[in-house]
Write a protein that binds this ligand. Sequence first.
Ligand code: SER
Length: 886
Amino acid sequence: MTSTNDIRRSFLDYFEREGHAKVPSAPLVPHNDPTLMFVNAGMVPFKNVFTGLEHRDYSTATSSQKCVRAGGKHNDLDNVGYTARHHTFFEMLGNFSFGDYFKDRAIELAWGLVTKEWGIDPKRLLVTVFHEDDQAADLWKKIAGLPEDRIIRIASSDNFWTMGDDGPCGPCSEIFYDHGDHIPGGPPGSPDEDGDRFIEIWNLVFMQYVQAGGKIVGDLPKQSIDTGMGLERIAALLQGKHDNYDIDTFVALIDESAALTGTSTGGENKASHRVIADHLRASGFLVADGVLPANEGRGYVLRRIMRRAMRHAHLLGAKEPLMHRLVPSLVSEMGGAYPDLIRAQPLIEATLLQEETRFRRTLATGLKLLEEATIELGAGDTLAGETAFKLYDTYGFPYDLTEDALRSQSIAVDRAGFDAAMAEQKAAARAAWKGSGAKASDDIWFDIADEVGSTEFTGYSATESDGQVVALIKDGQRVERAGPGDEIVILTNQTPFYGESGGQMGDAGIVSDDKGLRAIVSDTSKPLGRLHAHQATVESGDIAVGDTVHLAIDVARRDAIRANHSATHLLHAALRSTLGPHVSQKGSLVAPDRLRFDFSHPSALTAEEIAAIEADVNAQIRHNEAVTTRLMTPDDAIAAGAMALFGEKYGDEVRVLSMGKAVDKHFSVELCGGTHVTALGDIAIFKIVSESAVSSGVRRIEALTGEGARQWLVGRDEKLREAASVLKSSPDEVPARIVSLVEERKRLERELADAKKALALGGGGGAPAAGPEQVAGVNFLGQVLDGLDPKALRGAIDDAKQRVGSGIVALVAVNDGRASVAVGVTDDLIATHSAVDLVKAAVEALGGKGGGGRPDMAQGGGPDGDKGAEALAAVKGALEAAKEAA
Ligand code: SER
């Protein structure tokens, strides 16, 4: 038997030999189409190549593309498990021509592969063509030699392939295989065509038109080819099976599911095993492509798929979580063709285990409730919408899981009632919203969120993606369009722009389209915690609700934010390991140019502590460990050692960021919705630039990383060099030079003071001082000294008193226009003269007030520095007056 892996390989090899470039599968999340939930056909990644918007360095290609049809327009979820050919995940083999060959070569290549390479009996093949496409019909006759009765003209849209309402399209031609008359069913176009006898195996699309809004609006630049062949179908045919679930890949997965649950694969278990095998593939590939279970958007489609499988595991009697134990089989079947699956194996296992553990907590109770609610119901009845809503809201049952659970009893679910209950709950949440205080603007956000749902954030893995404009706001009002110069808020169904939250600033960047729109986004906020609001100024072109736009964040700015955010986590962990577990986060700011972290700690950090923290963080950066993200319940996250972030509201699920290495564990584990580096080495350097107090018991650290830190260090280095050059030394010698300069200065100050004193008292240098004069019968020595330090006056008075032996001394020191004065009286005269009285006279002459001290020595001062001589005269006058009075 030819294995599915061999069939895939032989398809790709055949087209490679025929000159086609082998192109790896694109990720399941489409990068070029915001209206698509998942890639659902092989041509999706080439959409813009067909329309000429994008050029590749090949004009023919072949691929095996991962596809998911669940959620969005193409949704096969409900049927999976109960039919032979429905899948949520499948592979589409295809060959493509972008303006190279057209119908004839496409038919020739297809016929050659099917009948020659794979040896399928041509007699069992028939084809359909679009009813107006005579050219294709003729080519089938000519190239394949098919008789007229096996070329069936189909008038309906079945043979005109479109991507949806917009995009490249064209008539198509399908190849069918006749499984034989033992199976009921008629050929395509016949009344019995829905039977299972004639199975479509290959669709050749002759791409030549462009559609917009469901109408053909023009021709493609070049006629092209897009073909699609479901690998599972062709594998069934080539392995002699009629049912896709009987091919080797599914048999391996189903056998493993049977072995692990100890159940048989047939009978009433058949559907459950098929659901499990199919959903395991979808879940594994979606997680590998970056989708994680969530309550909205793509993540919710994944959750629905996972939980549907998990209910079937429960039906099979699995006592423990099952899905994650099937991942090794999935990887061994498909990891060879899709190496990303091998890389993501641990994440797939952890995500499935987490989801199943969590869901099992409510599954049994929910099923019991469902059983009670349906006890009175029989085939053809309908379950009340409120019950389905209660199962959804309280027990985590996605709507389609409830439908699936009632399927075997032929009981339907009241969808309208479910939707009404959901709307009621939303209205209650809105009424209870405390909000930002700005009622009017909150109303706008609620209206938008009710209408279009939350914005899907694509920015954990992408820096640019397309989005569809769902609302525009100008001057606080919703508008339909905006043009050049308008300052607006743009809301799209999905965006890579992070909305400010958790301390991390919002992204900036550009919103554009291929019709000339260019809007500059300066910031992104996150109203209601679930809409991403781009604050933008339209530079050129127009933007309207419904448009598809390209959203590209400023990558350098975001990279700087990432580095600062991851460094904040490392800083938090380093603070706790250096200062102790009492450290807890009190706030943070993660900006592109810096980070700020407030934390509880009673005292200022010492230089040694700061150095140790910096060293710890930088050691983690150098180890360059990968940063990992897991989804967990808040309780599980805390149990796993996560430090909770300040000020965040937690939902049912949290992202848990683990980074760095400590003994036996991660250096840091935190709950965080922010964006981070992939590996710690991306932070490059970490430098604390300030440590200060915010309030009592709360300290603040500001730090830089990467280029910011480098520039800061360079700046410091330049200052040091400048200092060295002024000091005429090398940077290394600067501290020693400064110490010696400070000492020298102290010595010089001392010497200067001594010199001034000496000068004051005797002309300095030992020159004889002017002798005392006789005033009112006593020796009087008076002098005005410019620049004498007032602090030196007292010493100078003592010296002068010694020199006169017996008498009165008065010294005026003048500095910066102000005068200080001191008067001394030798001990033998204090009975008759008071220094305090005498100094008062001098102070008055200097324009001052008061003055005081003891009888032998008193001091004072005044603002009139030029009145020194008058002050001395006033002292003499006071002596005279005192003598006369005596
Ligand atoms: N686009 C076509 C399909 O999906 C052929 O690849 O069927």
